[in-house]
Design a protein around this ligand. Structure first.
Ligand SMILES: C[S@@+](CC[C@H](N)C(=O)[O-])C[C@H]1O[C@@H](n2cnc3c(N)ncnc32)[C@H](O)[C@@H]1O
Length: 320
């Protein structure tokens, strides 16, 4: 009998990252015939099949963000967006990033795509998208969220191309160097929330030790830099934790791995967290001598342009 500790060790052991494997529309449809849901860690996520979308956009009062403090009390439920995939990000986040950093027809990558929030926004905003996740069941959720008609949305323009793959963010072998116009992704916060019960080899959420996590995020950063076009942006949402009542920064050392990989820091956006279910359940009504963590960091990095002199950015680059 394999123990939970042995499983975690096996899942987090250094592995040769497997090559990307595309999941096509046909494969998703075949899967749908025999599966009504998938299990992500201990949560069942329903597969709904084709969805008739009521609204393709956020409510009318939506305005793109202008400052470095973002807050979305309503997470957003237009198109097929739903909050029932563990820790999925609000669609307002990729929407803002896509509008700020890309044009129609550009290629956007989410190399830890989970339930496909970024890719749904790509389709709605007429950008091409690539979604990769280490967990094949997550990729099926992504395809399911993409299963809606665009009808008149893009006024008879060709539909954007959206590709989904099972793969490892540390080895995006099917993506050529300098291909992508924007990376928008949201990694696990070390081992705080698991995504596969340690059953999927290469799942970074199985890494319990912070240093192991940071080492692997360094590889994610290198690969992100490789596939991004020079001069373009890579955005990563990441949060922190607390142990023995003291604060443990995960975001800042992860940011440093991206600077080490040669990125320049463009933005540090503070995103307020709402409805933090686990934290509230754990601490509700208890005496505490610390504040509940209610923010995350959305770092936006820039890959230097070809031949760009970066010395003037030395305080926004690796500084040690
Ligand atoms: C926070 S979730 C992403 C949620 C996503 N932004 C959404 O809105 O649904 C992190 C994802 O990273 C995936 N993951 C973990 N290790 C990975 C790896 N090595 N390569 C690619 N994906 C990985 C997990 O399976 C999980 O789906």
């Amino acid at each position: 009998m394999v123990t939970a500790t042995e499983r975690a060790r096996a899942a987090s052991a250094p592995v040769a990252c497997p090559p990307m494997r595309e999941i096509t529309e046909g494969q998703y449809r075949a899967f749908l015939k025999t599966h009504k849901h998938v299990q992500i860690e201990n949560v069942q996520v329903e597969l709904r099949g084709h969805t008739q979308v009521k609204s393709y956009e956020p409510p009318n009062d939506y305005r793109p963000e202008l400052s470095t403090a973002w807050s979305f009390p309503e997470r957003g439920d237009w198109a097929t967006h739903r909050g029932n995939y563990r820790g999925n990000w609000s669609p307002y986040i990729p929407r803002n990033l896509i509008l700020q950093y890309t044009q129609e027809g550009d290629w956007v990558l989410d190399q830890m795509c989970g339930s496909g929030t970024t890719l749904v926004e790509c389709r709605l905003l007429n950008r091409n998208g690539i979604g990769v996740d280490i967990n094949p069941d997550a990729v099926m959720v992504t395809r399911d969220r993409l299963n809606f008609g665009l009808e008149s949305l893009h006024h008879k323009k060709a539909e954007p191309e959206v590709r989904t793959c099972v793969g490892d963010a540390r080895n995006l072998n099917e993506i050529p160097d300098g291909f992508v116009d924007l990376i928008a992704f949201h990694p696990p916060y070390a081992g705080i929330i698991g995504y596969s019960n340690d059953k999927v080899a290469g799942d970074i959420s199985s890494l319990r030790r912070l240093n192991d996590f940071l080492g692997e995020m360094g590889k994610v950063a290198q690969e992100a830099r490789r596939v991004l076009k020079p001069g373009k942006y890579c955005a990563m949402l990441i949060g922190d934790t607390r142990k023995h009542t003291h604060y443990i920064p995960i975001a800042f050392p992860t940011m440093q791995r991206f600077l080490e990989a040669g990125f320049i820091l463009k933005e540090d956006i503070i995103k307020q967290q709402h409805k933090t279910k686990t934290t509230r359940e754990r601490w509700h009504g208890r005496h505490k001598n610390f504040y509940l963590i209610a923010h995350e960091h959305l770092f936006v990095f820039r890959k230097p342009a070809e031949g760009e002199k970066v010395t003037k950015f030395k305080h926004s680059s690796k500084w040690w």
